[in-house]
Design a protein around this ligand. Structure first.
Ligand SMILES: NC(=O)c1ccc[n+]([C@@H]2O[C@H](COP(=O)([O-])OP(=O)(O)OC[C@H]3O[C@@H](n4cnc5c(N)ncnc54)[C@H](OP(=O)(O)O)[C@@H]3O)[C@@H](O)[C@H]2O)c1
Length: 285
């Protein structure tokens, strides 16, 4: 299929793409998804986004900035709101200050979870946690001219995520207690990176986009699917969030769908799980 390029003038050269947070799970998937571009991938060591970009970066001419760096520890953010804001809000403002077309990532945790139908882009946000508030402020810091991709419950073959945690726990015990009163869309980072690429390549308009896996489930359903698909003999004990007593409140329902014309559609979360497990089977890491 022929794709229209977004902003860059067609000079015949490869698109120059900057990826922040490149060592994170989404950053790794974006590197793969944009591997036909001229990619500069920066981890925290190369650019701590809570600091303004150095001269070398500011003078660089990027055709696209994929801003995946973020403070993602939802519970820790409750204890250090300023630290979380410095990375999430300050970092996004710094990424926007590069002056290149910006695509940044936000979260289902900008919603309070009181709805029982999927959240669409025109629904009003009302974050319950410090993390959710910093990400909502980050959306504003990105500016009206950015693509803001809200996604949810990310997992992949690298980094810290629910799938890898469940696989580890299944090796240590024969039962895990998992919350069954939060419903969302577990989204495979490889599928998200591909959808982001389609969004940009199709030249779809800026603004907020909801991009999350098809289907929905609770964390307990997800855990059972992980054990089933990985062939592991581990039971799931379904518990209420209260029992875990985590510092940050989470929305009880945060299924995301897009109401925008032409929005990329992601595969079902179960398909994402199968792909992730296949990658892990090839390189357990
Ligand atoms: N994970 C989810 O379930 C989820 C759900 C919805 C939306 N999102 C959003 O999706 C995006 C990507 O998340 P992810 O799951 O890939 O998270 P991740 O694996 O935690 O990756 C985030 C990366 O950002 C880096 N980082 C943290 N502080 C930084 C700083 N000051 N300067 C530069 N880099 C810094 C982290 O480095 P260190 O490892 O050194 O800290 C990490 O490599 C984020 O915007 C997140 O809010 C995530």
């Amino acid at each position: 299929m022929e794709h229209e390029r977004p902003d860059p003038v067609d000079t015949g050269r490869r698109r120059r793409v900057l990826i922040t947070g490149a060592a994170g799970q989404l950053g790794a998937a974006l590197r793969e998804g944009f591997d036909s571009d001229d990619v500069t991938a920066l981890g925290r060591r190369e650019w701590d986004v809570s600091e303004p970009p150095g001269d070398a970066l500011s003078q660089g001419t990027f055709d696209l900035v994929l801003h995946a760096a973020a403070w993602t520890d939802v519970d820790d953010a409750e204890h250090d709101p300023q630290g979380a804001a410095a990375v999430n809000v300050g970092g996004t403002a710094h990424a926007a200050a590069l002056g290149a077309p910006l695509l940044t990532f936000s979260t289902d945790y900008v919603f309070d979870g009181s709805k029982r139908l999927p959240y669409v882009e025109s629904d009003g946000p009302a974050p319950l946690s410090v993390y959710g508030r910093t990400k909502l402020q980050a959306e504003a810091a990105a500016g009206e001219d950015a693509w803001i991709v809200r996604t949810s419950w990310l997992f992949g073959a690298t980094g810290r995520n629910f799938v890898r945690t469940m696989l580890r726990l299944a090796g240590e015990r024969d039962e895990v207690a998992v919350v069954d009163d939060q419903r969302g869309c577990p989204t495979y980072v490889g599928h998200l990176a591909a959808a982001v690429r389609r969004l940009v390549d199709a030249g779809l308009p800026r603004g907020v986009w909801h991009l999350a896996a098809a289907g929905d489930c609770t964390w307990a359903d997800f855990a059972e699917a992980i054990f089933e698909d990985a062939g592991l003999d581990c039971r799931v004990r379904r518990i209420a969030s209260e029992e875990l007593a985590r510092p940050a409140p989470r929305p009880a329902y945060s299924v995301l769908r897009s109401e925008r014309p032409g929005a990329p559609v992601l595969p079902h979360w179960r398909e994402g799980l199968r792909e992730c497990l296949a990658v892990l089977a090839e390189s357990p890491g």
